[in-house]
Design a protein around this ligand. Structure first.
Ligand SMILES: [Zn+2]
Length: 375
């Protein structure tokens, strides 16, 4: 269930482990950095895309092919191919595939979904076409593709030994319920499994709750923000929805100018929140966790996943807006789905999710670390 006031809840390895892009041209690197800092000092004009951040000469030098569509800046997929050293780009109808030895990226013109090494990401803007060329919004490039493909370039991410685990709900708020159990109970169980393994690996673990008691969303944020050292924050939930809804999904805070999941952009969306400082780290952490859990919930005999990939999405849940550390909210399946209800109640599935989160913490740490070593 989503942890908003209303009830009703709601990697990939190689790219993260092996940053594969070697960019020598400092101008090309500055292109993305400049966009990120412009967004940090958010002004509505910037997020609406009305400010040209680069002179025409600079654009020509950089090799980025930029166009404006309805006032928003877009970058051609051709220039993404070039910048990130993809060897091939193939197109079949509206489907575009970029590939090199480490990453396969799939895009669809007119679509919002992007697959990177088969992990699903939900873009903030549709992939567009101008003539025969496809374009991705600069927002999705700077705030999603780049930090996922080059996590070692994330400026304010680095070494950490503390993990804050937030089992959602508790006490008078059971979260989603079904005849087999409560979401609050499952959240705590998975968090405890994650905690014990992280302790064995030498991490310090801070839990927002250790027992079945109620904590407001603000109290969860306060627990996290009392942690002064570098840390990451993982909120653990299970979902509920219609009978047919299935799968896992991971939320990161919507960057300024991007809507809350499932809603249109509203005026307040342009305003940066505390958590936006970590937009790049947030998406990298989400990628590590989401991808790792997906790899852990595969039936070894049939090679099929026990669940479905609903993707990595953007939202403005309170625990994501207020926490000052890189933060994500993970949803491990639908308690309202007859099959997934049983799955979630199964200790082996709970353990598989926990193992996925634990290995993701290591993957993420390794991915963001090289930047510091290189400086
Ligand atoms: Zn929940």
């Amino acid at each position: 269930m989503e942890p908003v006031g209303k009830t009703g809840c709601h990697f990939f390895q190689e790219a993260l482990n092996t940053p594969f892009v070697s960019v020598k041209n400092p101008f090309l690197m500055a292109f993305l950095d400049r966009f990120a800092s412009a967004i940090r000092n958010v002004a509505p004009a910037l997020v609406a895309g009305c400010v040209v951040l680069m002179s025409p000469e600079a654009r020509a030098q950089s090799g980025w092919d930029i166009s404006k569509i309805e006032g928003r800046e877009y970058v051609s997929v051709d220039s993404i191919k070039k910048f990130y050293n993809f060897n091939t780009m193939t197109r079949s109808g509206n489907q575009i595939t970029l590939e090199n030895s480490k990453v396969e990226m799939n895009l669809e013109i007119g679509g919002m979904e992007c697959l990177m090494n088969r992990v699903k990401f939900v873009f903030s803007n549709k992939v567009e076409a101008i003539g025969s060329k496809a374009y991705v919004s600069r927002m999705d490039l700077a705030k999603l593709i780049d930090p996922v493909l080059r996590p070692n370039f994330i400026k304010n991410a680095g070494e950490f030994r503390t993990v804050i685990l937030d089992p959602g709900h508790g006490g008078k708020d059971p979260g989603a319920t079904n005849p087999l159990g409560t979401e609050a109970g499952y959240n705590l169980k998975v968090a405890e499994l994650v905690r014990s393994q992280l302790l064995l690996k030498g991490f310090k673990v801070v839990m927002t709750r250790n027992t079945d008691h109620y904590l407001s969303l603000q109290e969860r944020v306060s627990v996290a923000n009392k942690v002064m050292e570098n840390a990451i924050y993982i909120s653990i939930h299970f979902n509920s929805g219609g009978n047919a809804a299935r799968g896992i999904e991971t939320f990161t805070l919507s960057p300024p100018g991007v809507a809350h999941y499932g809603r249109d952009v509203v005026a307040g969306d342009a305003q940066a929140r505390a958590g936006n400082e970590h937009d790049s780290a947030n998406i990298a952490l989400a990628t590590a966790v989401h991808g790792s859990v997906l790899r852990n919930v595969i039936d070894t005999k049939t090679k099929k996943s026990y669940t479905l990939d609903r993707g990595i999405k953007r939202a403005r849940y309170s625990v994501l807006t207020g926490v000052k550390h890189p933060a994500i909210l993970f949803e491990g399946g639908f308690m309202s789905h007859p099959y997934e209800a049983k799955l979630i109640n199964n200790a082996a599935y709970q353990k598989a999710i926990a193992n996925g989160i634990v290995s993701a913490v290591g993957t993420y740490l390794n991915a963001v670390r090289p930047k510091l070593a290189a400086q």
